[in-house]
Design a protein around this ligand. Structure first.
Ligand code: ADP
Ligand code: ZN
Ligand code: ZN
Length: 748
């Protein structure tokens, strides 16, 4: 199973001499004509093989299995659902296998350019299997010590040197003896009594678990799923803690998924305080060795609770009783690389294998999740009120059309918001301004002929940015490929000198803020200001210590953080989040507005939220302003039903990319013909399934590559999975990259 790309089969071997074997064990076997040694995983027992000459397993590499039986089943299931190989699935399930590196400063490496590496890999441009393995590993773990890479990939250091020469990886020095970081425990009073809603949720959820257990030995167990729908601050975490406690009392284990460990310090602190050394926290900052060691501890069942982001769903716990997915609507639960799994689906498969309860928690559930609770696939529990007395914020809509006539209008702030900021600052309160776009302005366009400056590499408009090194010299940056160029003052098409910037970005908001409030300090948090490793944390704690009056930022500031002194929240250019050509953009906008609004009024002083935009009658904005999830849900479902989007229908999305346009186009067309033929010859199975002709993608060129897309719609996911699985085995011409996804987050 050397490289995930080549391995997709089970082979039969005799046991090694005088050795006990277990399912999931890592062994070494002679393979192929030359009998070269390969690593393999024991995936099953076969006592009646018909083969005459069966080779013998050479040796056991690690005595204790590195996969549990249910994980091997899971890998097989993933192959079916995500059209990947078993090797890819197994690699996704567990961290790379390493046996520890010595202490002291050691050489480490990382990818020099992630996208380039992904391209090289998927277009088969890496010349050796060894190189492929290294790039695959670094795509998963970001950085690793050289020794970890050579061990896990079974390559010599010279392979890494070659990759460095090709510009694919970089070396640096890092301290190896980093101890496991202890999670920070925040001083907080313990919650002594649950309130009635929390109590009802805990009791109800426990009954779901108990009820089913009595009839366990009837046929195959059904999925037990619950939704905890509770507004921000309603005390969902407390419900999770009680349920986890009960689960441990029954000698069962718990997995808790959070969108990102670094963004959920309070939750980690509460769990660590309660469960101390029973808990394993899978940080993204763990070294490869630390991660593998944590994994081994979980495998040995030393740990009973695992907390982590997306991939923690694969944790090798036995006897799982409870799986919690907090903030279940977050897009980070979907993997963006092959296999493009979704933590919810994996959680459902594992919950069935273990007869565990799956609990999804959210203040703004995804419509698919809420729908499941409407049609009885899950049971919904609600926490409609905040747990601690806190005045709910007052929401104001600001129609920006009415501001245009104001002589002092700066293009950013409405009168109402300015007045409120003044009062807040006079009272020593803080403010947050949220905007979904970084940079200064979004487009640069000729006022005479309408020409828009686009990136040479991509068919997208370039964004104007302030230049932090030369105050006066703005530049244009492509948000897709990173290309930078000077601002254009003369129209390249008609030669006019009337180039005009429009659309708001975070830098422009910061400028306008400083002009209005010269003696107030603003912090900006967006992609451009958070490049260093700890930049996020630094900005947030500065703001938390009240060293700044205003925090301006993109969606990064909308989530999670609790700043009791924030009185004013501004949500600017709200329209830019809508109608983006992505079927989930309305849902994402609703979630973001709700989250951003939830940042204010975290104490007993009433907060104010200002939503600024032009299209304020939109149902997303209306229902967000009224904090009416049900209204949003009903409208959104009408739209999804009409358009046949999830949960009513499913979309398969195939994307072909490459430098040679005609190759890209013809691959997409070949796929179209291929799928058409399959559907026609198996029309019974593929009822209600449509393939649409190949066409240029909404972004027709990106990073110099042409892009064609092909869409399949069907009533059943499994039908699309079947088609894609066949397609994925079709060889494409070199230099064309194909990616296949079902119900994707983006279709651009
Ligand atoms: P959520 O996860 O739903 O956003 P939290 O679990 O963070 O909410 O709870 C919000 C706050 O309310 C926390 O400070 C928590 O300690 C407090 N809290 C939760 N439950 C109770 C309760 N029953 N009584 C008093 N305070 C509570
Ligand atoms: Zn022009
Ligand atoms: Zn570009």
């Amino acid at each position: 199973m050397d490289s995930a790309l080549e391995f997709d089969q089970e082979y039969t071997y005799l046991p090694a001499e005088n050795t006990d074997h277990y399912l999931g064990q890592l062994v070494e076997v002679p393979f192929g004509r030359g009998n070269s040694m390969r690593r393999a995983i024991i995936s099953g027992e076969d006592d009646q093989s018909e083969f005459k000459q069966i080779k013998r397993i050479a040796k056991v590499l690690i005595q204790q299995p590195i996969y549990l039986p249910d994980q091997i089943e899971l890998a097989k299931e993933m192959k079916r659902r995500y059209f990947c190989t078993i090797g890819q699935a197994l690699k996704t399930i567990s961290p790379p296998t390493v046996f520890g590196v010595g202490k002291r400063n050691v050489r480490a490496c990382c990818l020099a350019d992630r996208e380039l590496s992904e391209d090289m890999l998927s277009e088969d441009l890496l010349t050796s299997l060894q190189q492929q393995r290294v790039v695959e590993m670094l795509l998963r773990v970001e950085t690793a010590f050289v020794q970890e890479v050579t061990q896990a990939c079974q390559v010599t250091p010279s392979v890494l040197k070659t990759l460095e020469k090709k510009g694919l990886i970089k070396f640096f020095t890092q301290k190896a003896d980093r101890e496991l970081e202890q999670p920070e425990i925040w001083p907080e009073p313990e919650v002594e009594h649950l309130n009635q809603d929390q109590e009802n949720a805990v009791q109800g959820i426990l009954e779901l678990t108990d009820g089913e257990q009595t009839q366990q030995n009837s046929k195959k167990s059904n999925l037990k799923e619950a939704l905890l729908f509770g507004v921000t601050g309603s005390g969902k975490t407390e419900v999770y803690l009680r349920l986890a406690e009960k689960t441990l009392e029954h000698d069962k284990t718990v997995i808790i998924l959070v969108p990102e460990i670094a963004l959920t310090p309070l939750m980690i602190s509460r769990f660590s305080r309660k469960f101390e050394n029973k808990i394993a926290i899978l940080h993204s900052r763990l070294t490869v060795t630390q991660r593998f060691e944590q994994w081994q501890r979980i495998l040995r069942q030393d740990k009973k609770i695992v907390v982590g982001a997306r991939s923690a769903i694969f944790a090798p716990l036995n006897n799982i009783g409870l799986i919690i997915i907090d903030e279940e609507q977050e897009s980070s639960y979907r993997s963006e690389s092959t296999p493009r799994y979704n933590s919810h689906e994996i959680a459902r498969i594992r919950a069935i294998h273990h007869n565990a309860l799956l609990l999804l928690g959210s203040a703004t559930p995804s419509v698919e999740t809420y729908y499941r609770s409407q049609i009885g696939k899950s049971v919904r529990f609600e926490l409609p009120d905040r747990a601690k007395p806190a005045a709910l914020p007052k929401i104001h809509l600001c129609q920006m059309k009415n501001e245009l006539a104001r002589p002092d209008f700066d293009g950013v702030f409405s009168r109402k918001l300015i007045n409120n900021l003044r009062t807040t600052f006079a009272d020593n309160g803080q403010a947050m301004l949220f905007l979904n776009r970084r940079g200064l302005t979004s487009t640069l366009q000729c006022k005479i002929c309408g020409f828009v400056i686009k990136c040479d590499n991509c068919e997208v408009a370039m964004t104007r940015h302030l230049n932090q090194y030369h105050r006066q010299r703005d530049r244009l940056i492509c948000h897709y490929c990173g290309k930078i160029m000077p601002v254009v003052t003369t129209c390249p098409l008609c030669g006019s000198e009337h180039m005009e910037s429009s659309g708001l970005g975070t830098q422009r908001v910061e400028q306008a803020f400083t002009e209005l409030f010269p003696d107030k300090r603003a912090l900006r948090m967006d992609f451009d200001t958070t490049i260093g490793t700890d930049a996020h944390q630094r900005i947030l704690s500065e703001f938390g210590r009240q060293e700044a009056d205003c925090l301006i930022g993109t969606q990064m500031i909308a989530k999670g953080h609790d700043f009791p002194n924030v009185r004013t929240v501004g949500i600017l250019a709200v329209d830019s989040m809508l109608n983006t050509g992505n079927f989930k953009s309305e849902e994402r906008a609703f979630q973001l507005i709700t989250q951003a609004a939830g940042r204010s009024g975290r104490s007993n002083i009433q907060g104010d939220v200002f939503i600024q935009g032009y299209d304020l009658n939109n149902y997303v904005i209306q229902s967000a302003a009224e904090q009416d999830y049900t209204n949003f849900y009903n409208k959104e479902m009408e739209f999804r039903m009409r358009a046949n989007f999830a949960p009513f229908g499913n979309i398969g999305f195939a994307l072909f990319q490459g430098l040679n346009e005609s190759n890209v186009k013809s691959e997409a067309e070949i796929m179209y013909q291929y799928l058409q033929n399959i559907i026609q010859t198996n029309s019974q199975f593929f009822g209600n399934t449509m393939v649409y002709t190949a066409a240029p993608a909404p972004i027709p060129r990106l990073r110099r590559k042409y892009r064609y897309r092909l869409i399949v719609k069907s009533d059943k996911i499994i039908k699309i999975a079947q088609l894609f699985s066949l397609e994925s085995r079709r060889k494409t011409v070199k230099g064309v990259n194909r990616s296949l996804d079902i119900n994707p987050e983006h279709m651009l």
